[in-house]
Design a protein around this ligand. Structure first.
Ligand SMILES: NC(=O)c1ccc[n+]([C@@H]2O[C@H](COP(=O)([O-])OP(=O)(O)OC[C@H]3O[C@@H](n4cnc5c(N)ncnc54)[C@H](OP(=O)(O)O)[C@@H]3O)[C@@H](O)[C@H]2O)c1
Length: 345
């Protein structure tokens, strides 16, 4: 392949097959390792830096990625990034601190945390208090619905994992005017344990989780305002932890405008995703987590009741791929004018 490492602008000017320089902060985490795994074989990218926290000053290797990416992970030092774009797979407080400085030095930033997802100041202050303000040029990265904003974004705020699965299942219906105004939408979602990051807690360590299923944070999860922002209406969201390493299954229950036909629902989904390479519509063959594990696909199936009054939707993703690293790379591809599928299919 005729490639060389040159800056984005230089590459465009010279018309070369360019390699975009990317750095990954948080490379020792679950989402960060998935980013490295995918970026290492991305045809238009070279990884120029990968960082962990300052907790240890010793450079580290990633054993699970040996012979995929044999670089060294070093402690985070924002000043040291020689890159065109930086992926932040950090706790949101660290993202909130570092992103403005990276933007100021001209880098494009793809943030996987929740730090920059909420546009309303009061909501952001409540759920993400470390974020002092929303920088200019921020876009919410639900790729299938926001590609125009993503293209020009300086700071890409990648959606949460639960919102990705839930919104992809609900937005086509809401936008087509098929959901009954004012009626409750119930989002009952199950997540594998990697959704909580690599540090074990009382709730997530093996002996607590193995052989059990637990609901948590009803009415109190910070992904609720994110989903309500995108849908423009309230939702009842209850997340659950299930003993899987990865994957999210969102069961979505909603009231339809009376008399809605199954054909109208199918048409709404097909219209919304006609050009979407990573959404697979399965109709009444309801999808499962195993169908999407380790992929960037979101599979969506549904059933309309006989009266055309209620709909049940199932939406499944891999939380670490479409719910984090994969969608981040999909957004990066859109930001840099690449094929959306590059490095992902
Ligand atoms: N897990 C998911 O399914 C998922 C899905 C969507 C979005 N996200 C978001 O993505 C981000 C990363 O999630 P994760 O699950 O990958 O977390 P994680 O497994 O806990 O990894 C966190 C990473 O950040 C580094 N780090 C921690 N504190 C830091 C600091 N103060 N400065 C610099 N680096 C620091 C850690 O380095 P050390 O190894 O040195 O600790 C590690 O590399 C979070 O904001 C999360 O909300 C996660």
């Amino acid at each position: 392949m005729d490639t060389e490492v040159i800056s984005e602008t230089e590459g465009d000017q010279r018309g070369h097959n360019r390699l975009i320089r990317v750095a990954v902060a948080g490379a020792t985490g679950f989402a960060g390792q998935e980013l490295i795994r995918l970026l290492a074989r991305h045809p238009n990218v070279t990884i120029t830096a990968a960082t962990a926290s300052q907790a240890t000053s010793t450079p580290r290797r990633l054993p699970s990625l040996a012979k995929i990416w044999d670089g060294t992970v070093v402690p985070l030092n924002a000043a040291a990034f020689a890159a065109d774009a930086v992926f932040l797979a950090l706790p949101e407080s660290a993202s909130a601190e570092i992103a403005p400085a990276l933007l100021a030095s001209g880098l494009r930033v793809i943030d996987l945390s929740g730090a920059f997802r909420l546009r309303n100041d009061a909501a952001r202050e409540k759920w993400y208090p470390a974020t002092k303000s929303l920088p200019a040029g921020v876009a919410y990265g639900l790729t299938e619905f926001e590609s125009d904003a993503i293209r020009g974004a300086k700071l890409l705020s990648n959606p949460g994992c639960y919102p990705t699965a839930s919104l992809l299942g609900l937005l086509p219906l809401e936008r087509a005017g098929l959901l009954q105004p004012g009626a409750d939408i119930v989002i009952d979602a199950k997540s594998g344990i990697s959704g909580a990051g690599k540090a074990a807690t009382d709730r997530t360590h093996f002996s607590e989780n193995h052989g059990s299923v637990a609901a948590y944070n009803p009415f109190g999860h910070r992904h609720t305002p994110e989903m309500e922002q995108a849908l423009g209406r309230g939702v009842t969201f209850v997340p659950h932890l299930v003993p899987l390493d990865r994957g999210i299954l969102a069961s979505l229950y909603a009231r339809l405008v009376p008399g809605t036909t199954a054909a109208a629902v199918t048409a709404a989904y097909e219209r919304a995703y006609a050009a979407a390479p990573f959404v697979r519509l399965t109709g009444d063959a309801l999808p499962e987590i195993k169908h999407v594990a380790h992929t960037n696909f979101c599979d969506i199936g549904w059933k309309v009741d006989e009266a055309g009054a209620r709909i049940f939707v199932v939406s499944v993703i891999d939380n670490l791929v479409k719910g984090a690293a994969g969608q981040a790379i999909q957004n990066f591809n859109v930001m840099f004018g690449l094929d959306q599928k590059a490095g992902l299919l």
